[in-house]
Structure formats: C-alpha cells, structure tokens
Design a protein around this ligand. Structure first.
Ligand SMILES: [Zn+2]
Length: 64
C-alpha cells in the first residue's frame, strides 16, 4: 500500500524538509531542534537583507 493518496496538505519542515504533522508540537517544524536551527539562521544573519552592495572596488585589476 502506498501512503501517497490525497490528504491534507503536506507541510514540510523548513529546516530539514521532512513532513511535519499539523498537530506537531513544533509545527511547522518537525522538531524543536529544527525550530532552533531556523531561529539560528535568523540570528546568524543568513536571512538578513543585504544592507548595501559592494562598497567600491578595493582591489583594482592589474593594468596590463
Ligand atoms: Zn526538521
């Protein structure tokens, strides 16, 4: 038997991509660990919007 039928929309853990139960304790994450990992991303600035672009070119290419 395949458990591939139509069911409620499948939610996947944003961190590891595993299916998550709607009733999961850590929804929408599969576990507290993944939740913390996601939070960590925020704190680490991975999700941060780039404030500025490159500030000029420090290393000019050697003129030929
Ligand atoms: Zn996960």
């Amino acid at each position: 038997m395949k458990s591939n039928g139509r069911g409620p929309r499948e939610i996947r853990c944003p961190t590891c991509g595993k299916p998550v139960d709607f009733d999961g304790r850590h929804f929408p994450f599969c576990s507290e660990r993944c939740r913390l990992v996601d939070l960590g991303k925020w704190f680490n600035g991975e999700y941060a919007i780039p404030a500025e672009e490159d500030q000029g070119e420090e290393d000019a290419p050697p003129s030929a």
